[in-house]
Design a protein. Structure first.
Length: 327
């Protein structure tokens, strides 16, 4: 998840520079922006195809013992999720899947509105700002968001808790987006944008952990695809809605307030989820699945030989003993 703010930390100033200075072959800079920033994605896709292992058993930097331990841990976690006992069609009709899809939809409304409209709003703060300056200023909220994402994710995994770790940052982001209309100072504006993205990025990892917490087996692909698709619709609705409001008498800040309200809705939907999404979805109770074994964390895990760094699913009982691979 940290790749999201990191890509913007790098991409924002680079994009501003391209828009100001790249006019090669008589083509407008915005066309070069699409070409030059599309090339790394193509290269990354090819590198991923050839170098990224599909499963732990194919990871060359793991020993045989480490591979066995990770495969066993994943299988144990998968056995407690819905999906193993449900077909793909029943997953599509599962109310918990649609609940999480609604969370994703509300989150993406505000998230995409933030990403699309922040550069334009920052540029409007001063006629003296070039695209390069705007790119540097826009980088600041993403730096703050990266720190918030790491801290909130670490706390969420350490406390085996998702709902409040997502809802509280979402409420903060919603409040800040509403307050943006009350400031005109560039310093205060960038500060508020930074607080807003800290809320968005902080909620990101706990929210995206929800589908993996409750879905397992072959049907997991169906449920996650549905959740992602509904969320993507929010990514279409958000910028469109903010733009429609901004074009009226309310201006851009009223549109951003609408995006803030979507974060309040998302927080409310998250808090309506059961405390343990996986057990509730699978129809299990805490008496059948101990709390210390019912959650997994996406947490850094050093390999036994120290030759690689793996982001693996580590049962929390093992993470409390140091988060390292079994010896």
């Amino acid at each position: 998840m940290a790749a999201i703010p990191v890509s913007n930390i790098i991409g924002a100033p680079v994009s501003g520079f391209i828009l100001d200075h790249v006019h090669w072959l008589a083509l407008p800079s915005w066309r070069w922006l699409l070409v030059l920033e599309g090339l790394p994605a193509i290269v990354g896709g090819l590198v991923t195809w050839f170098l990224l292992p599909s499963r732990p058993a194919e990871a060359r930097f793991l020993s045989a013992r480490e591979k066995h331990w990770i495969v066993t841990a994943i299988a144990e976690e998968e056995s407690r999720k819905i999906g193993e006992r449900l077909s793909a069609l029943r997953i599509l009709a599962h109310p918990r899947v649609w609940h999480v899809a609604s969370v994703s939809f509300a989150f993406q409304i505000g998230g995409y509105a933030f990403i699309f409209w922040m550069p334009q709003t920052v540029k409007s703060l001063s006629n003296l700002y070039s695209n390069t300056v705007v790119g540097v200023l826009v980088m600041i909220p993403y730096l703050a968001g990266l720190a918030a994402m790491i801290l909130v994710s670490h706390s969420s995994d350490g406390r085996l808790e998702r709902r409040y770790h997502a809802a509280i940052p979402l409420v903060v982001a919603g409040i800040v987006l509403i307050l943006l209309g009350a400031v005109s100072s560039p310093l205060l504006s960038i500060t508020l944008w930074s607080l807003a993205y800290m809320g968005i990025a902080g909620a990101n990892a706990p929210l995206f952990a929800l589908p993996g917490d409750m879905l397992g087996g072959a049907a997991a692909a169906t449920g996650i695809a549905l959740i992602t698709s509904i969320g993507s619709l929010g990514g279409f609705v958000g910028p469109l809605l903010v733009g429609a409001v901004a074009s009226g008498s309310g201006g851009i800040y009223r549109g951003l307030a609408i995006a803030g309200i979507s974060f309040f809705m998302c927080a409310a939907l998250v808090l309506r989820l059961p405390k343990n999404v996986r057990q509730a979805s699978a129809g299990q109770t805490s008496s059948t699945v101990p709390a210390t074994r019912s959650r997994s964390a996406i947490t850094p895990c050093w390999t036994q030989r120290g030759r690689g760094f793996l982001l693996g699913i580590v049962p929390m009982r093992d993470r409390r003993r140091g988060g390292r691979s079994a010896q």
